[in-house]
Design a protein. Structure first.
Length: 274
């Protein structure tokens, strides 16, 4: 048994020989593959969309599952932190998987009081720095206290809703709010926020207090422009114009390097040379 069919794009005719036994085996094989795929997909859905971690990645479960809005890990790899808006911030021991400390963050009179925008560990790994949606900050020495030090929000300032950032070094906490750098000295009992404005208001920024640099970029008009500023003077050190729109920008490393991902250019590595 055979069938004949014209070869598309060519004037000649090509003959294809077929065998009933061959097609029957092929159909059975396809049906078996489909059943395997359906079974694995059903298990994937029943397990909440969790997939098996590859053998070269080590995984450890840290306590029960909670609704988590933010997560971070300490620089020494000993602790992990999770935040659940309006409920608690939890610190976990990576080694044992135990919840070693918890901090209540209720919504209060305003929902923004309990909404966490950023969390990160201090450089020594013994404190957790929190940035709330109401522009207040918190410093929580979770190993020694059940309460957090409140960093008061700047008064009479209306910040934009652009991407915010947070960093800490030697007791100084710095945050980025839509064109403004706000910093607190946590050595003071009730630190007053110091506010400085960046002349060209960037859409987003990444602060690195260890090398005293700020990485910022603008994406609203045309191709993105990336600028590195000096943290103390807020003067530009270097500027680079990207050839693509809407990039995804990493944090600024201590050596001045950073990574940019975009659909047009892929993944690009940059290093600041001063």
């Amino acid at each position: 048994m055979f069938c004949s069919s014209p070869c598309l794009g060519f004037g000649a005719r090509t003959t294809f020989y077929t065998c009933p036994t061959f097609w029957g085996q092929a159909i059975n094989t396809l049906e078996s593959i489909q059943q395997i795929i359906d079974t694995k997909y059903r298990r994937f859905v029943e397990r909440g969309g969790r997939t098996k971690v590859p053998n070269d990645i080590f995984r450890k479960k840290l306590g029960p599952r909670y609704a988590v809005s933010r997560v971070c890990i300490s620089g020494n790899g000993r602790y992990a932190a999770t935040a659940c808006d309006g409920e608690k911030i939890r610190v976990w021991s990576v080694e044992s998987g135990d919840n070693i400390a918890s901090l209540d963050i209720p919504f209060g009179k305003r929902l923004t009081q309990g909404e966490v925008e950023r969390i990160r560990f201090s450089n020594d790994g013994e404190s957790l720095i929190v940035l709330r949606a109401d522009r207040c900050g918190m410093v929580w020495k979770f190993l020694h206290s059940k309460k957090a030090q409140l960093l008061r929000a700047p008064k009479d300032y209306h910040f934009s809703t652009s991407t915010r950032d947070l960093d800490e070094h030697d007791g100084i906490v710095a945050a980025y709010f839509g064109g403004y750098i706000v910093s607190w000295d946590t050595a003071e009992a009730d630190p007053e926020p110091a506010i400085r404005q960046i002349d060209a208001c960037p859409w987003a920024a990444r602060i690195n207090l260890r090398n005293r640099r700020i990485l910022c970029w603008e994406i609203e008009t045309g191709p993105s422009v990336i600028t590195v500023l000096d943290y103390d003077s807020l003067e530009p050190i270097a500027t680079h114009k990207l050839t693509s729109d809407s990039p995804v920008v990493s944090n600024l490393a201590d050596d001045g390097s950073f990574v940019v991902a975009s659909a047009h250019r892929g993944l690009e590595f940059f290093e600041l040379v001063e």
